[in-house]
Design a protein around this ligand. Structure first.
Ligand SMILES: [Zn+2]
Length: 198
């Protein structure tokens, strides 16, 4: 389901929150206001005071995002998602479109942590720690086709933006669509499925 953290004690880093708010473009002031409203930074003399190096409760961020989604709609959420790959922290070593899609799940774990410990990606061991769900990657053999199942608390349109921008960064001709024949988090389901083809 959208906007509901899987576990307590999950935090997101400031850079990711910043990427989201910055991606809001003309709605940025609204974003700052709602972030401040849930305790992510605070507004003083009209300026959003916020620590990009800090960590913030994922549920608070999701609450602000839910309110913002209600105000700006899916089109804006999609466009914000599209800006995330250029603004948030992603792993190095991405060589092509397919590795870019695979890297989304790693980036997702790099940018979240649990119970105040280090991030949920152990780079040395190459291990992802559980607690926040995943961005899936399943390459259909012999076809130019990837099935990406999002099982995480972020909104459907936002994820479509992230996956689209990440794919097009490496292959401009990539097409990413939401599989409307499968369950969708917008309707209370656990997952959304995106079809990536090229
Ligand atoms: Zn969906």
């Amino acid at each position: 389901m959208q906007f509901k953290a899987f576990e307590e004690g999950i935090e997101v880093n400031g850079q990711t929150v910043y990427a989201f708010v910055d991606g809001m473009g003309e709605f940025k002031a609204l974003g700052e206001q709602y972030m401040s409203g849930v305790g992510i930074g605070r507004i003083k003399k009209g300026k959003w005071l916020f620590d990009r190096d800090g960590w913030y409760p994922q549920q608070a961020w999701l609450d602000a995002m839910a309110t913002i989604a209600g105000e700006v709609g899916d089109g804006a959420l999609y466009r914000i998602g599209c800006t995330i790959p250029s603004n948030a922290q992603f792993p190095s070593g991405i060589a092509d479109m397919q590795s870019a899609i695979r890297a989304i799940d790693i980036a997702y774990h790099i940018n979240h942590r649990k119970n105040g410990k280090g991030c949920l990606y152990d780079a040395a061991a190459g291990v992802l720690h559980e607690g926040i769900g995943h961005y899936g990657y399943e390459h259909v053999p012999t076809k130019n086709f990837i099935l990406s199942v999002s099982h995480n608390p972020y909104p459907c349109a936002f994820d479509r933006g992230i996956i689209s921008a990440m794919a097009r960064k490496y292959d401009i001709g990539t097409i990413v669509i939401h599989d409307d024949s499968r369950p969708c988090r917008k309707n209370g389901a656990e997952t959304c499925t995106y079809l990536v083809s090229w």
